[in-house]
Design a protein around this ligand. Sequence first.
Ligand code: PEP
Ligand code: MG
Length: 574
Amino acid sequence: MSFTMHGVGVSSGIAIGHAHLVSHALLEVAHYDVPEHLVDAEVQRFSEAVEAVRDDLENIRHQLPTNAPTELGSFVGTHLMILADKSLAEAPAKIIRDERCNAEWALKQQMNSLVEQFDRIEDVYLRERKFDVVQVVERVIKVLLGHPSQVVLEKQESGMILVAHDLSPADAIQFKQHQFAAFITDGGGVTSHTAILARSLNIPSIVALHHARDFIRDGETIIVDGNQGVVIVSPDKNTLTEYRLRQEQWEIDQQKLKRLKLTKAVTLDGTAIELHANIEIPEDVTQSKAAGATGIGLYRTEFLFMNRRDWPSEDEQFEAYRKVAETMKGLPVTIRTLDLGADKPANPDEARDCANPALGLRAIRLCLAEPHIFHAQVRAILRASRHGNVKLMIPMLSTIAELRQARQLIERAKRSLREQQIPFDENIPIGGMIEVPAAALRADAFARELDFLSIGTNDLIQYTLAIDRADDAVAHLYNPLNPAVLLLIEMAIRAADKAGKPISVCGEMAGDPRFTRLLLGFGLRQFSMHPTYVLAVKHEVLQSSLPRLQPVARKILASADSERIEPLLDKLNQ
Ligand code: PEP
Ligand code: MG
């Protein structure tokens, strides 16, 4: 019988193939008593299993294929860290001794209590790290049960669709070697490691399907539509034909887009548009250049501070920033200062306990509270400025006072470099992000004091509509077309224009071709997005005529009713 399941599409594309269910060792755990004289041996069995998994993970880390996404190395590192933590490496041994139970059971009890602790955490990113703990425990249990600790892939046919409860990044390495067509998981959220990985592997993927593993049988034909977040199990002939056509069309469209790589992004009426890329790590520059991005509009430096127990030194930061600046060979590189906090804590273990992390000490607020961290980062950015076309951007500004305080710290960093006779670009442009409604409403004042602005629509929508951008439960209310959001975006663009300062959008809206014409109609001339979307947005730009767009964009702006905006947007996109 055919049926459809809905989840969260985290990587686009359409795949049709046979399901390959990944075993779930945790379901197989039995509970039995261990006689007193065998307790030491049981503890020993547990320790050996932990060691075997450690060896396995170390091997995986050393044998990463050269074309493996860079994130994999750090994900495997996180799993090694979790495995080494006392709460997993030692606590279960105490349970074995206290309760005289088998190692698998002790480990599962300990995991349950850790998961409970994670479940109480409000921060979504942190809460999702519980999946990493579960994945590590699963590996140890597989060894205890006599299974190899890696996901076993009995079948090797290409084009398989992996169906898993959740996948560890280390397991996902096999994606490269086995050429899976897609993967779907019960767990995970948009910000989970699995989702991050899916995007970098560029295969259609859907997470948060909840019970996919329970309802899908091994070998069953399934369609994965990553664009819509839909899985169709055992499709009938007509559906299959329809999706084969859609898949072909999708692939043709992707190929066509590639031809635009070297085409200049110019509208039909001759206006040049800048299409920049957002990056998280220096290696992302390769993908950005391949997509024909003409600059880096947002370098999210906080990723250098994550998954580790120490802060990166000034020198380590300098090397990362210099690499990006040099590789971009004179094209602009906008380095954003630390945006840690909320859904991006540096280290889950040390995350601050606060009621509303998104409204708490994050981004520039954190940097002003911890000036030594900001000082080292600004010095590193300034030093890198000599090696390319570097700009510095401050996130999450909400008051002019904050901006002035940040500028004073930047001046102090400049002074310290001058004193040490370390060269840097004295005229490095300093920009700020408009992502808090307070800043959007007074973008005029920020534009006067800054060299450029960039609108962070992800946070601007979150704060304007009071909707947590990472919370699945309110995801349906997260609407970029809300009239208040559009008004704030347009106001900020107008304010920057009036002050004669460049402005871009670097939130997800910039990478969604559905919004390209609307933003152009509002006067936007610079977009920055994940490299995967650059060509699709360029395609829209090439077919847009500004004189035709502006009147419809004005009508949209005048409307206070979201429902009226949708049809007007369709008209704009015709
Ligand atoms: C944004 O908020 O739109 C943005 C680009 O920053 P981030 O997604 O890193 O918060
Ligand atoms: Mg933001």
